[in-house]
Ligand binder design. Structure first.
Ligand code: SF4
Length: 454
């Protein structure tokens, strides 16, 4: 029997089932803001854009929603998928925008990238409006995304370390600390800030020539090579991702943390409590979160006491009421000065030289090079807040916060990697990497929004 061809009168509208996922997506996500954000890109002189900017955003978004890894493959899927055509506003026989036009447009109009952050923010706003995120407890973590950069092209480059974002914040705390020092000791000391700024260290980095903005990641239990890191803060009610920042793969998790959390707290949703793993247990975080009124649940980092002497820090008892340490010989180490380094601020405690000179523990307590001097100890200027937070670490509430962080952060990363393209990047440069991570996060948030909007 020969194949029979029949002519049917149907419209694309009839072909897409009423309950189809993309119909629901169209119902929850209003993309009219895209015209607002892109109007300046299309001046009258150059005429209409080659592709409607909303179509462009939808094109890329479905790629992330369905885990289609490349623009070429999106084009192929749209050719044959009626529902995708419907979502993009194409009729059955309309020409599908081809992937090279899309790529060209993204390359030629870098200002287009603002649209991706705005898209992400719109979706977050919708999730909050629908009661899917409350800020009661947020969790933060990072995951690695493979850069499009070859390890073969790596070279050693000498770079000057930039002062951290919290440099100025540290300056303010140093001023506060110096005033307190003067009150307690009667001694006035000048700020070391300028000196520290001059001391900026040179570091060697492995940079890839194919994508010099990525970073060589070297973390225990993780693959080695050129990566970016996607840093995400997630609400633990339903796993809505509240913010995404991207850094090179060799940046510590603590670096973008406070800026991200402060941004969420002030501009997205007031945070009541924050949870994080041990990589985020750095002294300044305890103080800044305390100042913001955010309760902090962090897995404690184990301290490594590198002093070579027998009597380590544990042998000394800190006496809060005196703001001094009591040594094994029952003598006091008093607050002596404030010490500033590139990344931290410390209180220095010093024993009385005369006590140490006549002490039976001298040889166990003093290093050979300071046998003629006195024992000193230092701790972070922000130790009081850290101590207060970590005192709660055995409470059920504390453990529960850490558990929720793990479930929602690691769960989100796993789904994004499996279903929403968060494993590797096709484009180069940090900004393109951030667009990619934002779209992946927006896709997951949309999925959660659509599921809960039922
Ligand atoms: S050497 Fe000084 S600080 Fe160490 S135990 Fe003796 S008195 Fe205390």
């Amino acid at each position: 029997m020969g194949m029979q061809l029949a002519v049917h009168m149907v419209t694309i509208e009839e072909l897409v089932p009423r309950e189809h996922y993309l119909r629901r997506l169209e119902g929850v996500l209003d993309l009219s803001f895209v015209y607002e954000e892109t109007s300046h890109l299309y001046s009258r002189r150059y005429g209409r854009p080659p592709i409607d900017p909303v179509v462009l955003v939808k094109y890329l978004l479905v790629g992330f929603l369905y885990g289609i890894p490349s623009e070429r493959q999106i084009e192929q899927r749209v050719q044959t998928d009626v529902a995708l055509r419907w979502y993009l506003g194409l009729d059955l026989f309309d020409r599908v925008p081809d992937h090279s036009t899309i790529s060209q447009l993204r390359r030629r109009k870098p200002a287009f990238r603002k649209v991706f952050r705005r898209l992400f923010e719109e979706v977050v706003g919708q999730c909050i409006a629908n009661g899917l995120a409350s800020g009661r407890l947020v969790g933060t973590d990072s995951t690695h995304v493979k850069a499009n950069a070859s390890r073969a092209s790596e070279e050693q480059v000498e770079l000057t370390e930039e002062p951290g974002v919290y440099w100025e914040r540290l300056d303010a705390y140093e001023e506060e600390g110096l005033a307190e020092l003067e009150r307690k000791t009667g001694r006035r000391r000048k700020s070391r800030t300028k000196q520290v700024k001059k001391d900026r260290r040179q570091t060697k980095k492995r940079v890839s020539r194919t994508d010099p903005e990525a970073g060589h990641m070297k973390r225990p239990g993780k693959p080695r090579g050129q990566y970016y890191l996607s840093h995400q803060t997630v609400d633990t009610d339903h796993g809505v991702i509240l913010d995404v920042r991207v850094t090179p793969g060799d940046v510590y998790d603590s670096v973008p943390y406070l800026e991200q959390l402060e941004h969420v707290h002030r501009a997205v949703l007031p945070i009541q409590a924050a949870a994080a793993d041990a990589a985020y247990d750095f002294p300044l975080a305890h103080r800044v979160l305390d100042d913001l009124g955010i309760r902090f649940f962090v897995r404690p980092q184990t301290a490594h006491d590198r002093t070579s002497v027998e009597l380590k820090r544990e042998a000394f008892r800190y006496e809060e009421s005196l703001d001094a340490y009591v040594c094994p010989n029952d003598k006091l180490l008093k607050l002596n000065t404030l010490h500033r380094s590139a990344s931290g601020l410390y209180r220095l405690y010093l024993a009385d030289k005369r006590d140490c000179q006549s002490c039976p523990f001298r040889s166990q307590c003093l290093r050979p090079e300071d046998r003629r001097g006195a024992r000193k100890l230092e701790h972070s200027y922000f130790m009081p807040q850290r101590r207060k937070n970590l005192e709660r670490r055995t409470q059920p509430e504390y453990r529960e916060a850490l558990r929720l962080r793990q479930i929602w952060c690691e769960g989100s990363f796993a789904i994004q990697k499996r279903c929403h393209n968060l494993t590797r990047l096709l484009r180069r440069g940090r900004e393109a990497a951030e667009d990619h991570c934002l779209l992946s996060a927006a896709a997951l948030n949309l999925k959660r929004l659509i599921r809960n909007a039922d």
